[in-house]
Design a protein around this ligand. Structure first.
Ligand SMILES: *Cc1c(COP(=O)(O)O)cnc(C)c1O
Length: 378
């Protein structure tokens, strides 16, 4: 059954068109400005965005890079992580978190996550540590900060660097501290669908450490210290000027968009509170969770997902397979059952439509259809 026509009967997972329409004049002017100046690499928009984004994160420096995966890779390179080293990552995250580790030549060590948040379990992190462990990458999954005080405490005791994967958490706070200012370094993605999204790929490394910021800055631009003087061999992973100009506009709206996401989440919690068979992940203190995604756990998730799609509702699954069971990591020899919480979440998580422009009518429709499917025990 496919219901078409009415706006409330077509609910996407995110609606980037609605967002563009709401800021079109500002965006168009920013793009025209870059085209008129015809300077497409570096320049004022990049410098300005780096300054403003660092301030937003309440951190000292932001280094604009090509994408979030490169941000993680360059952060690890800046720390000197490489062959023979190990980096602990949650077993339940997007594969970019571990790809960045492998790209340095180091080995990712998977650790299980917490059932109520999906975030790295500090005890599992502690147990994974060996003498070769150089770093840990807590992921602020779905926009909710990982348990940073415990993770920092364990990392400090073992002399391990903490690289925040903040790709889903622009503006989130943990005990009042902005993500991006908590770990040794933090990495952001501005992939279009993220809370702060460019119109293409973009990312940033954020840190309070001047030496690490300088290293990341050199590494992203061919290791150059002057135009054709290269102190080391680096990479080409700069933030495009055009993307920086777009991000400068969108950064001005981010606080308001995050507040709106929080309202949408509060309303989902309220509307779903009496639906047995829907387990919501734990809320956070006010203004701490930025709800990149609103995730619930349901049995028969794949069937619910299909039936919602039949009704015009695009839910999502982040993520259907934990990292240790990915075909790409078969050579590590992990088995099903090794990280039971990651496996349980992977089979049950369902991301409901979540974006600042989602209307109450659309949200009511999503809840009504989900409730019906759950009541029918599909
Ligand atoms: C999006 C994302 C990344 C990667 O960012 P890209 O900009 O797509 O390279 C890394 N980690 C997590 C958790 C993400 O959600």
């Amino acid at each position: 059954m496919s219901v078409e026509g009415k706006e409330e009967n077509q609910v996407p997972l995110v609606d980037l068109r609605a967002q563009y329409q709401s800021i079109r004049e500002e965006i168009d002017a920013a793009i025209r400005g870059v085209l008129n100046r015809a300077r497409f690499i570096g320049g004022e928009p990049v410098r300005r965005f780096e300054e403003r984004f660092a301030a937003f994160c309440e951190a000292k420096s932001a280094v604009g890079v090509g994408n979030g995966t490169d941000a993680l890779f360059l952060a690890l390179k800046a720390l000197g992580v490489g062959r023979g080293d190990e980096v602990v990552v949650p077993a339940f995250t997007f594969i970019a978190t571990s790809e960045a580790v492998t790209a340095t030549g180091a080995r990712p060590l998977f650790a299980d996550v917490q059932r109520d948040t999906g975030n790295l379990d500090p005890e599992a992190f502690r147990s994974a540590i060996t003498p070769r462990t150089k770093a840990v990458i807590p992921v602020h999954l779905y926009g909710r900060p990982a348990n940073m005080s415990s993770i920092l405490d364990i990392a400090d005791r073992h002399g391990i660097a903490v690289v925040e994967d903040a790709a889903q958490a622009h503006g989130a706070r943990d005990d009042g501290r902005r993500v991006g200012s908590i770990g040794t370094l933090a990495c952001f993605s501005f992939y279009p669908g993220k809370n702060l999204g460019a119109y293409g790929d973009a990312g940033a490394v954020v840190t309070n450490d001047d030496a690490l910021a300088k290293k990341a800055r050199i590494l992203r631009d061919h290791g150059r210290t002057e135009k054709y003087v290269h102190r080391i061999e680096g990479y080409n992973s700069r933030l495009d000027t055009l993307q920086a100009a777009i991000l400068n506009v969108k950064l001005g709206h981010l606080e308001e968009w995050n507040r709106r996401r929080e309202q949408v989440a509060a309303r989902y919690r309220d509307l779903l509170s009496d639906v047995e068979g829907v387990r919501m992940l734990a809320p956070a203190a006010e203004k701490e969770h930025v709800y990149h995604l609103f995730v619930v756990c349901v049995k028969n998730r794949d069937e619910v997902l299909r039936r919602l799609a039949d009704r015009g509702i695009s839910a999502g699954v982040h993520y259907p397979l934990p990292l240790h069971l990915q075909p790409a990591y078969r050579s590590f020899g992990h088995k099903a059952g090794e990280f039971p919480v990651a496996e349980e979440l992977a089979s049950e998580v369902l991301s409901l439509p979540m974006y600042p422009e989602l209307t109450e009518v659309q949200q009511d429709y999503v809840v009504q259809e989900l409730r019906m499917l759950i009541d029918q025990r599909v």
